[in-house]
Write a protein that binds this ligand. Sequence first.
Ligand code: GAL
Length: 402
Amino acid sequence: MKTRFFAPLFALLSLTAFAQKSPDLALTPPMGWNSWNTFGTDINEQLVMEIADAFVNLGLRDAGYTYLVLDDGWMAKERDENNQLVPDPEKFPNGIKPVIDYVHAQGLKFGIYNCAGATTCAGYPGSRGFEYQDALQYAKWGVDFLKYDWCDTENLNAKGAYQTMRDALSATGRPILFSICEWGDNDPWKWGEEMGHMWRVTGDIINCWDCKVGHGTWSSLGVWPIIKLRKDIRKYSGPGHWNDFDMMEVGNGMSAAEDRVHFAMWCMLASPLIMGNDLRSASTETIKTLTNPEVIAVNQDKLGIQAYCHSDEGDLEIWAKPLADGEWAFAIVNMSTEEETLNYDWNRHPVKDDLSGRALEAYKKTYEIRDLFNSKNLGSTQKQLSAKIAGHDVLMLRLRPQ
Ligand code: GAL
């Protein structure tokens, strides 16, 4: 009798006590594509299928990109009579499930978007008060990734709101990567590891090197303002929980060199690599940058240490990232628009990362140097490294102990 009375209580308690984010997801930074940067709410079934095809045909899937994420605008403006979310019938005339099945059939995973508030940022139904119902719906559809935004959240506590959705996802029993998107407003890096697998660190990105565009209460930031604003939160990022520097703008209008810098830096910072361009019309150059296996390997390094700015030599900024097995990655970025010459004597520049305790002492140990964008060996740290780096371009290196 007693046991019968207490059993449901125990079940409930254990569910709450053991609710956690899906384990073992995102042990390296997630890689994929998101519709927002290029398409906004102008998304539909055909677009998703064509993007899925492009993942396969352009070699993006084989390069490691896995998640195809549909952002805001996929829903009808109202829930149905049972309060279920409904895909917009014009954009998705066959519902969302066949689209997800198609994405899965290409060997990819599917991500969806909603918001912790009552409405999403584009004015569609949000999940506030419907968290468990919506999570269950996503799991039934076969969703693998949820990006969860922060509009219309007056009086909500951020940590609590993300915890509710985390628990709702956990209760479905389906592994679903949880992407926290509250723009860095409530220091998500301080509580995000427990709640999700990645968290946005700023407001929205915009496709420029160094600009800021104001929108009243918030500003979109170019590539460098984002990096500079959040370079100091590196200790919070690591396997299973990443600082998310936002969807990439590679292929969206910057020069090819600037795109290389942007991509190199997202790899160095161990940011999720979520493409934000129209893959169907991407140039060969853009795809070459996005699929460079040696550059991606830096991002996917299993230690997951976010790079730091080691030094600057005039206009050349030198970023360093300790990698597994005693290796290092360096990105030497030309911040000026003119060509610069690098003359770098490794013996005179000991490199020490206080966070990881790792040191590169070229006077004690020799490292082989590899130029990652040009797939070329550049000799060893025994001799001075001399290179010309074009304006707003990058020399990205991998150093391997001999
Ligand atoms: C913003 C978010 C963007 C995009 C947009 C959709 O809050 O930062 O990445 O998701 O909402 O409305």
